[in-house]
Write a protein that binds this ligand. Structure first.
Ligand SMILES: [Mg+2]
Length: 397
């Protein structure tokens, strides 16, 4: 099963789309998000010489080789994102070669689908806001179908009732981001801004009672004193978890925050290496481990981190606010592991954006997203995405 061709497309959404072809005609699809042009360079300039002509089924060997070569030079962002895209494509090929979905190859079904919470996502197709393109800043946008960023902040009670009516049991929002975006916002959140941020949470709790779980994402904006101030306010609405209210770049400070705030913490999609997660678990800094499958090194690394969390008896949340194969990768590991508690989904992405990108998407029923049944990842990039594009790069042998 020799690799003959690697293709990437730097998509305007910030996604890096990847396809790996084999001599037998199988095509595996992969993805990562953020700095796609830099990631494409890592793949074509640095990883392709290892992969072209090699066995597509030797996933672990390729993963270790590429990871270790990169890690010896401080691998973090672009390298692990590139490895993630490659890893997904190789698992996709292996699944297609075996005629089985990836979750079967990871050990088989440990749970029927994964419980979802709806994340507020972002506005689509409107005039960009200043700074709106920075990662983690999002765009409030304008009222438009399924713009749940807008809905959560402007019509929170109706939004909460709508999610419940759909059978969705959790919602994540980020109503303190506006305060962080003010000058020195990570250092000071005024009492008035605190009230503004709490308002949607209070309205959703009042509308939904205890039937809807609430999660706050702080996008890593705040330093310890303001993170504690926000957490103290959040106690009123009994959140399921606080995610990245404090910047996750110092494990000891996260642990300090966890001990002092007395609320469950999800830590953190902003981490990238298995070693990052080992430290978080060993220092007892997390109530949930949160993983982005295409930032940490793909399905291989996601399963490894999920198993590491299981050793500490800690549940996992899977991140997706970016792309369809990131979502699918999270579900494949989530179905094959009993400690994956929640899968993040975004209604707008799942219903309006992802169908423009991939051939299949898993169904959501009664608040759970189903295990993909097709071979491999269970979906492929639309072929048109790899045609007539000036951001297509190809390596062949
Ligand atoms: Mg987040």
């Amino acid at each position: 099963m020799k690799i003959t061709r690697i293709e990437t497309v730097a998509h305007p959404s910030g996604l890096l789309l990847c396809r790996i072809h084999t001599a037998e005609g199988l095509i595996g699809c992969g993805e990562t998000h953020y700095i796609p042009t830099a990631v494409a360079a890592v793949i074509h300039d640095w990883m392709a010489p290892r992969l072209l002509g090699a066995d597509a089924l030797a996933i672990e060997g390729h993963w270790r080789f590429l990871y270790e070569r990169a890690a010896n030079f401080g691998a973090r962002g672009a390298e692990l994102r590139a490895l993630s895209a490659i890893d997904l494509a190789l698992w996709d090929i292996k699944g297609r070669a075996c005629g089985q979905p990836v979750w079967q190859l990871l050990g088989g079904r440990a749970q029927d689908g994964v419980r979802i919470y709806n994340s507020t996502g972002y506005g689509r197709g409107q005039t960009p806001e200043p700074g709106g393109t920075w990662p983690g800043y999002g765009r409030m946008g304008v009222p438009e179908p399924l713009n749940d960023y807008w809905n959560a902040l402007h019509e929170p009670a109706a939004y909460a009732r709508e999610l419940l009516a759909e059978g969705i049991e959790g919602a994540k929002l980020w109503p303190f981001d506006f305060a962080a975006h003010k000058p020195n916002g990570s250092l000071f959140v005024s009492g008035a801004d605190l009230e503004t941020g709490m308002q949607p949470f209070r309205a959703m709790r009042a509308a939904a009672g205890n039937r809807l779980e609430l999660i706050l994402d702080g996008h890593g904006f705040f330093q310890l004193p303001m993170a504690l101030r926000i957490a103290a306010a959040m106690r009123e609405v009994n959140p399921l978890a606080l995610e990245d209210v404090i910047r996750p770049d110092c494990v000891d400070t996260i642990r300090d925050f966890r001990e002092r705030c007395g609320l469950p913490l999800a830590v953190s999609e902003m981490l990238t290496t298995v070693e990052d997660y080992r430290l978080v678990l060993q220092r007892q800094a997390a109530d949930y481990v949160m993983i982005d499958p295409t930032w940490v090194g793909g399905i291989t690394a996601t399963a490894r981190i999920t198993d590491l969390a299981q050793a500490w008896n800690i549940p996992v949340m899977m991140h997706d606010c970016t792309g369809p194969l990131t979502l699918l990768a999270g579900i494949h590991v989530g179905v094959a592991r009993a400690n994956v508690a929640w899968q993040e989904t975004v209604r707008m992405l799942l219903r309006l954006v992802y169908p423009e990108l991939v051939t299949h998407l898993p169904a959501v029923k009664a608040g759970r997203i189903a295990a993909p049944e097709g071979p491999g990842l269970g979906a492929a990039w639309h072929d048109t995405l790899f045609k007539k594009t000036d951001t297509l790069r190809v390596s062949t042998r």
